[in-house]
Ligand binder design. Structure first.
Ligand code: ATP
Ligand code: MG
Ligand code: MG
Ligand code: MG
Length: 587
């Protein structure tokens, strides 16, 4: 059934919504695809839902094609599995938590490694059951610190997540490669310009991880790439939230009121470079935002180690920065420590490879991001408890804090060919990851091998941002007039515009419009028919350009000469064709 503008649940807007800064957000709202409910939470209107379903279809096609099987987990999940994996703690403020009437803890799933692992444990028991790839297209929840740009970074969003299960590393390599190839087909079909970058280069115990970034100037990810050989790697410009409110337990003597002489972030960086040179010989640098602060640890024996101080939920990110693994089981929330007795402690976590067991005496400098009176502060103290540095947001730095400590940096020599690396930005659209045995171990997923011995299953996880893709496609496919959908994503195949005044004044125009609509549908095309009466041609044209269907057909004045107009939304090219030839020309 054709969609009719006269009755479609859609209202276009001439003005950009006040809260929308990036083009995709502005256009998706203006063209009637999405409506905001709350920050990072959006309603999909009929036209938007059609696009979302089209993205899902492409993803589903390609997952099915590699033999992955679709299932669906709930979004409302019990705490236990996430506690077993350590992520109930690690996620910190980043997940939505709730309680049932019995006061039991639940969460809204941010990603489902635990649930998939348990499901396989539940049903499978032998190596003969493997390999297995299962996936879902499902709504995820993350209490993002900065929901942004409409559905680009939502707090509720749709993700395709799949997981592979293999008996050995060779199997994992194969599963990973299958997914990688499927992702290339998915992103090609979605109409992206994208790069595949190494993620977390060198960290996470050598496990392999790659991201698919849609190239976009206002993307949140910064990556380096080699124009010579195509090598590309994410430089971890991940924005880590400084917690909105961290009650400061007090580090005696550590905090002093800031003064006009208080050092700036540049001072801090200079200080780190002078007194705490990085072990890898690179310099500390200040990124455009300040988030976690990295310092170098000096152990009692004089050895130095880079250290990130962060909130528990950021552990994974800091692991990347440290270039070392922090054992989840050993992560200790600092809240449990006695601050008064240990002036060197701050809120956060620390892993054994950083500090050794319980010891804290080696910490020389500590930094603690926190909020006082609505202002974000980053405070450091040295171990004698003297004031080190106080930074005030808005005065000393603009945003929330990072010192970038990437494995690869702009200007470095390309690891493959030696040419200088250049910098660019992108939007993370997909992420593939060789998990290894992390979750299988935490949740005890083992199967019997050929010799009847229990083996821990080896896993991979693979995500695509389905709802994010809708916005990212618009980022890469729009002009001054509106959206320009790639054909496979367009909510309909043809936007047919009848420019007559009303049925009594221009009966032929509307009759021809109806007839063409029927014929196009009979030929297998979906149609949005602008059958509105007493709406000016100008308004109809503007709407058609804003909405962005790739083929626009205009039935109007030229009908007197027996012709209609076919317009290509992307190129703007128009041609007149005889009414009788129209359908054949369009199909
Ligand atoms: P980001 O770095 O953008 O926060 P992520 O690394 O946290 O993403 P993953 O856990 O790798 O995300 O999830 C897989 C995919 O889900 C991402 O590649 C991205 O496309 C999508 N995604 C993640 N967070 C969001 C979000 N808040 N809104 C929309 N899509 C998201
Ligand atoms: Mg994230
Ligand atoms: Mg990411
Ligand atoms: Mg990711």
């Amino acid at each position: 059934m054709a969609l009719r503008m006269s009755s479609l649940f859609l209202r276009t807007l001439r003005e950009n919504p006040a809260d929308a800064e990036v083009p995709s957000h502005q256009l998706l709202v203006r063209a009637g695809y999405i409506r905001r409910v709350s920050p990072g939470i959006y309603t999909w209107l009929p036209m938007g839902l059609r696009v979302l379903r089209n993205v899902e279809k492409i993803v589903r096609d390609e997952m099915d094609a590699i033999g992955a099987q679709e299932l669906l987990f709930p979004a409302l999940l019990p705490k236990a599995p996430y506690e077993a994996s350590g992520r109930w703690e690690e996620y910190g403020d980043n997940i939505f938590r709730l309680k049932d009437r019995k006061d039991d803890d639940y969460l809204l799933g941010p990603t489902h490694e635990e649930m998939f692992t348990l499901a396989v444990k539940d049903l499978f028991s032998s190596y003969k059951d493997l390999p297995l790839a299962i996936y879902q297209i499902q709504t995820k929840y993350r209490d993002e610190a900065r929901p942004r740009a409409g559905v680009l970074r939502g707090r509720e969003f749709v993700m395709k997540d799949s997981y592979s299960f293999d008996i050995d590393e060779a199997g994992l390599d194969k599963s990973y490669q299958l997914h990688r190839d499927a992702y290339i087909r998915i992103f090609d079909r979605l109409g992206f310009h994208y790069v595949i970058v190494q993620a977390m280069a060198g960290a996470m115990g050598g496990s392999k991880s790659e991201e698919f970034l849609a190239t976009a100037e206002n993307g949140e990810d910064t990556y380096v790439h080699c124009p010579h050989c195509g090598y590309a790697a994410n430089v971890e410009a991940v924005r880590v939230p400084v917690p909105e409110a961290v009650p400061f337990e007090g580090t005696p003597g550590a905090h002093a009121e800031s003064t006009p002489d208080t050092p700036t972030i540049e001072t801090l960086v200079a200080h780190l470079n002078e007194h705490f040179p990085r072990s890898d010989g690179r310099e500390w640098v200040a990124a455009d935002t300040l988030k976690n602060v990295l310092v170098t640890l000096v152990h009692p024996d004089g050895t130095r180690e880079p250290l990130a101080i962060g909130i528990p939920g950021d552990r994974e990110i800091d692991e990347k920065r440290l270039g070392a693994q922090v054992e989840p089981a050993s992560v200790e929330p600092f809240e449990e420590k006695d601050f008064a007795a240990n002036p060197t402690l701050v809120k956060g976590y620390i892993g054994p490879n950083v500090l050794g067991s319980e010891g804290t005496s080696g910490i020389r400098y500590l930094l603690d991001p926190r909020v006082v009176d609505g202002t974000r502060w980053v405070t450091g103290a040295n171990w004698e408890g003297q004031h080190f540095i106080d930074l005030v947001k808005g005065r000393d730095f603009e945003a929330d804090g990072v010192i970038e400590a990437a494995d690869v940096r702009v200007g470095d020599a390309c690891p493959s060919c030696g040419h200088a690396l250049e910098s660019a930005r992108g939007i993370e659209m997909g992420h593939i990851f060789q998990l290894g045995t992390k979750y299988a171990e935490a949740l005890d997923l083992k199967v019997l091998d050929q010799n009847g011995k229990l083996q821990t299953v080896i896993m991979g996880s693979y995500g695509v941002g389905v709802s994010r893709a809708v916005a990212a496609v618009v980022e890469g496919n729009h002009d001054d007039l509106g959206i320009v959908w790639p054909r496979e994503l367009s909510p309909v195949d043809v936007h047919l515009v009848a420019t007559g005044k009303d049925v009594t004044r221009d009966p032929e125009v509307f009759e021809t419009g109806e007839q063409l609509t029927r014929e196009l549908e009979a030929a297998g095309l979906s149609v949005l028919y602008d059958d509105r009466q007493k709406v000016s041609p100008g308004v109809k044209f503007k709407d058609s350009e804003l909405i962005g269907v790739p083929t626009i057909v205009v039935v109007g004045k030229s009908l007197e000469n027996g012709v209609i107009e076919i317009k290509d939304r992307r190129s703007g090219e128009r041609r007149e064709v005889a009414v009788g030839d129209a359908v054949a020309e369009i199909v």
